[in-house]
Write a protein that binds this ligand. Structure first.
Ligand SMILES: [Zn+2]
Length: 517
């Protein structure tokens, strides 16, 4: 069974009236591609529950009320002055956005919208200020002793008797990361803005009493998570695997949900990392590779497919500098073929949950690696080649799919493709082809003869080339290098039969005659 259907089955065992699926991210800077995996995995589950005819919603939340606890290296130094402030109260690094948080959140949101994710966006700062969490905050403060006990039992962190799971926004300096609440009288909390509580921000020393409601402060992550489940009635929330390890934040959250809020914790488990390999990709400092950067390398459909085809519990390794992209495209094509044959098959389902457009995928698609090669053949029109391969004119959808592949193939070739995918058809006879030996020349003459007999298809011509080589008892490496040296000035290249069949026949014949004369 495909993993989405497997997980949806477990979700539906809850027998909830409605299935609210949620995922959250703190927009503290450029958002890593790993968080995109979360967005897509939740979206697939949302689609699965919806297709089972159950009431469901998918919310994506930005935790913009969290403090800035690190200043990314790609930002000007002046941003260091904002450490400790809520992200929603820090100015945007780029004009046109309400805050620092909004700028990075919107950038990420634009990426996942392209992947066909239509989740409802929610903002922590709005929810706190509108008083949505007031009930949960009261329960958390009233049950401070139980919460301290849970922290100690689950994560081994010992909290003093005057510790409360709440951070006030300091009315004097505006910081939320530096305040410590030490008392709760049922209406107001007493707090200190500590100069030395955290090492990334300095509090102003202010002491006071304030109502914890309506946006005057927020709960820490481990307590906020079950508060969200309680407030909204969440059914499903997965998280990165570090949150779901034993003693991790979701273990604490689940215990608080059961013991303090007396609710059934949201269903969830940890999803694995998405590793991005290759030298060119590890240069952006402070974040690893952002979702935005990956979205610029591969098409939205392929990016979504990358995250859907692998079970969430397994690591994804993606290296745009190797042959990951052409292989991923081949796998994608295989899943589309299966989908068109039987959409309920496992491969068919992998495509089904990767699908962005409502339309069915085009039946004819030119293989990505062929597009990569054809781009490099100045004598061949890609569209003409595709029509010949298909045996008829391309439909509108087939043509637009071809254009998408061409766009990403060009990009990949210029920036990431390994050497063995690159070549250049030589306009003039390369020097390296002038010294081929007698056997190699006889071999090329054999090919000239075959080419003059009929018009060949790639695979057919490839078989014929092997036949000629065997008759001459020629070493394969020697034989094929004669072809590649004459045409590409390299001793290797794409499949020889395909290469020769794709090129203009007169050009090939003329070139081989020059070599063999
Ligand atoms: Zn302060």
């Amino acid at each position: 069974m495909f993993w989405v259907n497997d997980v949806v089955k477990k979700i539906l065992d809850r027998k909830d009236k409605k299935y609210l699926i949620t995922d959250y991210k703190t927009p503290s800077g450029k958002i890593h591609v790993g968080s995109l995996r979360g967005v897509v995995v939740h979206d697939a589950l949302f689609r699965g529950v919806e297709e089972a005819d159950k009431k469901t919603e998918y919310w994506y939340g930005f935790d913009d009320f969290d403090p800035m606890d690190g200043s990314p290296e790609y930002l000007p130094k002046e941003f260091k002055q904002y450490m400790g402030l809520p992200l929603c109260n820090i100015p945007s690094p780029v004009k046109g956005y309400k805050s620092y948080a909004e700028y990075f959140a919107k950038d990420f949101e634009n990426v996942y919208r392209q992947l066909g994710v239509n989740a409802t966006t929610i903002w922590a700062s709005n929810l706190y200020r509108a008083g949505k969490y007031n009930n949960a905050i009261k329960i958390i403060l009233d049950n401070a002793a139980e919460i301290r006990k849970t922290y100690q039992e689950i994560s081994g962190s010992i909290k003093p008797d005057d510790w409360y799971a709440f951070n006030v926004v300091c009315p004097k300096c505006g910081k939320i990361g530096t305040t410590r609440v030490h008392n709760w009288d049922g209406e107001k909390v007493s707090f200190v803005c500590e100069p030395k509580m955290v090492d990334w921000a300095e509090g102003c020393g202010y002491e006071g009493k304030i109502s914890p409601f309506d946006g005057n402060g927020k709960m820490p992550y481990k307590v906020e998570t079950p508060s969200k489940w309680y407030t909204f009635g969440t059914s499903v929330e997965l998280a990165g695997k570090d949150h779901y390890t034993k003693g991790g934040s979701f273990y604490v959250a689940r215990e608080i949900a059961k013991n303090v809020f007396k609710i059934n914790p949201a269903f969830g488990f940890g999803y694995e990392w998405l590793h991005i390999g290759g030298k060119k990709m590890s240069t952006s400092k402070g974040v690893g590779v952002s979702a935005r950067e990956i979205s610029e390398i591969i098409s939205p459909e392929l990016l979504r497919f990358l995250m859907i085809r692998t079970r969430p519990e397994r690591v994804i390794d993606f290296n745009p500098e190797g042959d990951t992209i052409p292989l991923l495209y081949d796998e994608y094509d295989r899943c589309i073929d299966e989908y068109l044959r039987d959409p309920k098959s496992d491969f068919g389902q992998a495509y089904h949950y990767s699908k962005i457009s409502k339309n069915n995928p085009p039946k004819y698609r030119l293989r990505f690696s062929k597009v990569v090669y054809l781009i490099q053949m100045f004598r061949t029109s890609i569209e003409d080649y595709a029509e010949e391969e298909k045996g008829s004119h391309l439909t509108k959808d087939e043509l637009s799919e071809l254009k998408i592949r061409e766009k990403y193939a060009r990009l990949w070739l210029t920036k990431y493709a390994p050497e063995n995918y690159k070549f250049e058809i030589q306009e003039k006879l390369p020097k390296s082809a002038e010294n081929l030996d007698k056997g190699q020349k006889e071999f090329l003459s054999g090919i000239i003869k075959a080419l003059s007999e009929k018009k060949w298809l790639g695979d057919e011509l490839h078989a014929k080339i092997h036949e000629i080589k065997n008759e001459l008892k020629l070493d394969p490496r020697k034989a094929f290098s004669a072809i590649y040296l004459s045409i590409l000035d390299k001793d290797s290249g794409p499949q020889a039969g395909w290469l020769l069949a794709s090129l203009d026949r007169d050009f090939v014949v003329k070139r081989f005659r020059e070599v063999t004369k």
